[in-house]
Design a binder for this molecule. Structure first.
Ligand SMILES: Nc1ncnc2c1ncn2[C@@H]1O[C@H](COP(=O)(O)OP(=O)(O)O)[C@@H](O)[C@H]1O
Ligand SMILES: [Mg+2]
Length: 253
């Protein structure tokens, strides 16, 4: 067992609803546990968790990495301390949660040691929070490139499409093959339109050895908020998607 709070990550195929679910998870964790401190990590290069949460950010971890690498006289001996200080300085502090945006992934070149230090710095940071919620980049890369840190619960999102079910299956395989530090995985089906669709997804997933732990309905309000560019975190209390995530939070927290 690692020290510190619980780390939850949200993964899955692009467009399945990871960012919506990450934002609502944060909201509902804070609703359920008012005294909790949450670290929100946007680990998708195409960062939009901040928008979903209705907050702005100025600088990303990627920017810090570039700056440190570009400096002529690199002080390798205290790189870790330096990262920790710089990361602390770019955290966006909101009521109940802090947001850290990872930004662009590493470019070509030998960044491995730097990324290792970076991952350690974020691991250390997350120990200061009760919960860390990571909105992962789409697909499998975060697992195969090991940009994800140790995770207690990986929430794999899929929708009615076979493609998204296959991505979920691949995530499950990779996690076991590479012996990733993922304690537990659950599968959540999102954007479910009808009872028939629910049944269909349940059976298709089961054929691949996946049991769906929760269903989140298709919610027209989500689409409406997205069109208007309104933060989905401000959806009404009784919106179907919010209610479904609330039930999920009660089970996993
Ligand atoms: N439960 C839902 N009901 C309706 N639309 C949804 C739902 N979940 C996600 N969407 C829509 O699907 C699209 C992708 O969602 P998003 O959270 O950005 O996915 P991801 O982060 O996995 O790429 C967005 O346009 C969003 O409005
Ligand atoms: Mg997203």
């Amino acid at each position: 067992m690692k020290a510190g709070g619980r780390v939850l990550s949200v993964s899955g195929k692009g467009g399945t609803g990871k960012t919506l679910i990450a934002a609502l998870l944060i909201r509902e964790i804070l609703a359920l546990r008012e005294d909790a401190c949450v670290l929100a990590v946007d680990a998708d290069a195409d960062a939009n968790l901040a928008d979903a949460l209705g907050v702005s950010f100025f600088k990303t971890v990627g920017d810090i990495r570039e700056e440190i690498l570009e400096r002529k006289h690199r002080e390798f001996f205290d790189l870790r301390t330096r990262f920790e200080a710089e990361i602390a300085s770019i955290l966006v502090e909101e009521r109940g949660f802090d947001l850290l945006v990872m930004g662009r992934p590493e470019g070509p070149g030998c960044y491995c040691p730097v990324n290792h230090i970076l991952r350690k710095a974020i691991d250390t940071l997350s120990q200061n929070y009760d919960y860390t919620v990571i909105d992962c980049e789409a697909g499998l890369e975060h697992l195969s490139r090991r940009t994800t840190q140790n995770v207690d619960l990986m929430i794999v999102v899929l929708d009615e499409t076979m493609k998204s079910i296959k991505t979920a299956v691949n995530l499950m395989k990779i996690a076991s093959e590479i012996d990733a530090e993922v304690e537990e995985m659950i599968f959540v089906a999102n954007k479910i339109t009808t009872e028939e669709a629910k049944e269909r997804v349940l059976l298709s997933a089961r054929r691949f050895g996946i049991e769906i732990a929760a269903f989140i309905p298709y919610d027209p309000l989500v689409a409406e908020y997205d069109i208007k560019g309104e933060p989905v975190v401000r959806l009404p209390e009784d919106a179907p998607s919010v209610r479904a995530v609330r039930e999920l939070v009660k089970r996993i927290i």
